[in-house]
Design a protein around this ligand. Structure first.
Ligand code: SF4
Length: 768
């Protein structure tokens, strides 16, 4: 670009700075004058100052901003419109005509001079009209058709990280930071960009968006001024601005008027921002040169370019008559210019985000017209800022501690950052004698403590050895106990449902809300009992045990008891028995996890059946859970609600596969009416979904339970309480609902990765 042919170069601040720097580097002197386009147009027409603003405020009793609107529009006065608006403008111009500033000296100077206009998107009709009497040229970058990529992100922070990482890489590759430019930084981006760029240690010359009126220093100075005190401030920049503003209004005699004008002017004066010599600049796309690298952020429908609306002082219709561009025309010009600029920019990256903390955005419709590749899978590589990475890491740790979220990012950062080095969460062991001494009253084990132990030894340690669990008395527990209590009495000879139900709740303090639910649930329980009684008709058991407490003595050098309650055992004179556990919540039935000591609830009942006090040497033919409270009912086509509810009450569990025995459990076993999924195909085999076990498999299951209990006791007595949560086939089976996440500081390395097992593999059916 040869500027030596021009006497006056009209360009923006950033271009001017760059041109002067280049000349300085080349030790060249350019004999031209620089101005901005607004300065040029004002100098060639007229401008106004504070006197006119004050004049209009006083004359028409309008606010500062309204006075400015009038004064800014008097340049468009034209006889093509005859309406109140134009009449008012003419009146205002007449009022201030002696105060308007005409720069005749400049107009004479410029008359035969050559003007080059560089780096502006377009010259509007009003400007063209002023410039038509002068010799000017638009200096434009050559048109091109470069291809660029567009990067899409969900959040503004991710987009900013992408841009800063790309800048970091450019600088690392030896690109001068002064050749890197940010474009289209809206207020939505400003705060986060400032914050994250500091973490990346990338200097950016931000233009201030804060008025000096918003500073404490200015307000202190204003107070001193109002109270006629001596004005002083340690902030020289604000002090200078204050003095400059006050001096502008020396022509006003009334002090209050003067203060009002000072305040208005201060609201329109931005705080001077510190400018670094070597930094990334924020520019407009029209200022980007081929040897520079531009990052255009916020390429969304809302932010990509400023959209004009028909809400100016002059309406679109009036603008047409005045020969000015309408809002639609301006929007089209802006859009076309932007597309041209993008295509003609050699080194440009475009990006957008779909949301900020306050707004949702949509990708710019220009993207379709540009037809560039949109990349939405950019991954930050953590190479640019250790400080930022550590902050990310601690943010993710916080999410993990609060919500149990483990992001991929957390796993990557965890293997690199200080958290691990600063705090080693490993269980380092406890003298086993201390554990044994702490168990002076003996060690009580149960299915639930066992499940906890095999989910994670450390969880067991916290809850069962350190006993840090808080007692919970929730509604769910109360309802569960109520149901269990009434169900335990349903086989009594003179069982009276209403009497039992009322007698359980009569001494309990219930809120009105509780009473409402308890009344609703009464009908549900009645239905459960009726259904269970119907189920009994398919069974050949005439005796029952209810809420049977079973204790197994497993003493070592301390007293050890494995305890359990069997909700219901039905049996007959042949000592054939089934065991039923009533469930008000959800429970896993899959025997595959038993291999790892997990989900052993039903097998534990099988194990306990060998240790019943009231009846010895029983043969268990089945063990089940029965869901007595279903929070969700799934509608089925052509099914009545009661049928669906009865179906939900079917026994769920494992039945002996021995055909000679199975009819004792369920006379309808070929297409069971009482056991879920149980049935026999025409070829005599069970349905694939039927849960049946051979006698050997049941025996092996009992042995497995005993082995797991023994292993647990060994580990407890040797104080082996490592943090060892499990993932089975990648699914976390230990930590999801654990209350101790904020104590254990579990790390990914703590997980034991296990494969899902098929119970047939390890229970081994000799008959197969
Ligand atoms: S959160 Fe996981 S690792 Fe920590 S105690 Fe609970 S189960 Fe164990």
């Amino acid at each position: 670009m040869n500027l030596t042919t021009y006497d006056l170069v009209i360009t923006g601040y950033s271009n001017k700075k760059r041109i002067l720097k280049e000349l300085n580097n080349k030790k060249e002197i350019l004999n031209v004058k620089f101005m901005s386009l607004d300065e040029l147009i004002n100098s060639l027409s007229f401008s106004f100052d504070q006197k006119s603003i004050y004049h209009i405020i006083k004359k028409y009793n309008v606010k500062y901003d309204n006075a400015l609107v009038y004064l800014n529009n008097i340049k468009y006065i034209n006889d093509t419109i005859d309406n109140d608006k134009m009449t008012k403008l003419k009146e205002i111009k007449e009022e201030v005509k002696d105060e308007l500033i005409y720069d005749n000296k400049f107009i004479n100077y410029i008359r035969n001079k050559k003007i080059g206009i560089y780096g502006y998107n377009y010259i509007n009709n009003y400007q063209k009209n002023i410039l038509k009497n002068y010799s000017y040229e638009i200096i434009d970058n050559p048109k091109n058709n470069y291809e660029h990529k567009i990067y899409s992100f969900n959040k503004i922070d991710d987009e900013i990280v992408f841009v800063l990482s790309s800048i970091y890489k450019l600088i690392k590759d030896g690109i001068d930071i002064n050749k890197i430019k940010l474009i289209n930084i809206s207020d939505d981006y400003l705060f986060r960009l400032k914050y994250i760029s500091e973490l990346f240690n990338i200097k950016i010359n931000f233009k201030s968006n804060r008025s000096i009126y918003e500073t404490i220093e200015f307000n202190n100075l204003l107070n001193e001024y109002i109270n006629d005190k001596e004005i002083e401030s340690s902030n020289k920049s604000i002090l200078d601005s204050f003095i400059r503003i006050v001096n502008k209004f020396n022509f006003i005699e009334d002090k209050q008027d003067k203060i009002d004008m000072i305040i208005n002017e201060a609201k329109n004066t931005l705080v001077e921002s510190s400018i670094y010599d070597n930094a990334v600049e924020i520019i407009s796309i029209s200022e980007l040169n081929d040897d520079e690298y531009g990052f255009y952020l916020g390429f969304t429908e809302e932010l990509a370019y400023v959209k004009s609306r028909d809400d100016d002082f002059f309406s679109d219709k009036e603008k047409e008559l005045l020969g000015l561009e309408t809002s639609n025309e301006i929007n089209k010009i802006n859009k076309d210019n932007l597309i041209n600029r993008i295509k003609s920019s050699k080194n440009l990256s475009l990006s957008y985000s779909l949301s900020s903390s306050f707004n949702i955005y949509y990708p710019s419709s220009i993207i379709d017209e540009l037809n560039y590749e949109v990349i939405d899978n950019y991954k930050y590589n953590y190479e640019c800022s250790k400080l930022f990475n550590i902050l990310l890491f601690y943010k993710d740790i916080d999410k993990y501690v609060k919500y149990g979220d483990i992001s991929d990012e957390l796993i990557t950062l965890n293997s690199n950052y200080e958290y691990e080095k600063e705090y080693d969460n490993s269980y380092t062991g406890i003298d086993s004698n201390k554990i044994i001494n702490s168990l002076d009253k003996g060690l009580n084990l149960s299915y639930s403590s066992m499940n906890k132990f095999y989910e994670c030894k450390f969880k067991y340690y916290l809850e069962n050895i350190l006993k840090i669990k808080e007692d919970e008395e929730t509604n769910a527990i109360f309802i569960g106990n109520l149901f269990h209590d009434v169900l335990s009495k349903m086989s009594n000879k003179d069982f009276n449902f209403d009497k039992e139900y009322e007698s359980y709740i009569k001494d309990i303090d219930l809120t009105n809300k509780d009473k409402f639910f308890v009344n609703k649930l009464k009908d549900e329980l009645k239905f459960v009992i009726d259904t269970i009684n119907k189920q009994y008709k398919y069974m050949s058991f005439d005796k029952s045990l209810e809420e049977e407490k079973v204790e197994v003595n497993l003493d070592r050098n301390i007293k050890i008891t494995f305890k359990g309650f069997i909700d219901k055992a039905l049996y007959n004179d042949n000592k054939e028995m089934i065991i039923i556990d009533y469930k008000t919540g959800d429970t896993k039935l899959d025997l595959g996890n038993c291999y790892y000591g997990l989900n052993l609830q039903l097998p534990v009942y099988l194990y306990l059946s060998d240790n019943l006090d009231s009846i010895k040497n029983v043969e268990v033919l089945g063990f089940y859970i029965q869901r007595i409270l279903n929070s969700t009912i799934t509608a089925k086509k052509d099914c009545k609600l009661d049928d669906i509810k009865s179906d939900n009450l079917k026994l769920q569990g494992y039945t002996i596969s021995d055909m000679d025995k199975i009819s004792t459990v369920d006379s309808s076993y070929t297409k069971s009416k009482i056991i879920a999924s149980l049935g026999v195909k025409q070829d005599g085999d069970f349905y694939t979904a039927s849960k049946v076990l051979s006698r050997d498999e049941m025996d092996n299951l009992k042995t497995l339970v005993k082995t797991k209990i023994d292993e647990m006791i060994d580990d407890i007595l040797s104080s082996s309480f490592e943090i060892n949560p499990k993932k089975i086939d990648g699914k976390d089976v230990s930590c999801t609902y654990c209350k101790y996440k904020d104590i254990c500081y579990k790390k990914e390395k703590d997980y034991k990765y296990l494969d899902k097992k098929d119970y047939k593999e390890f229970l081994g059916d000799k008959n197969e």
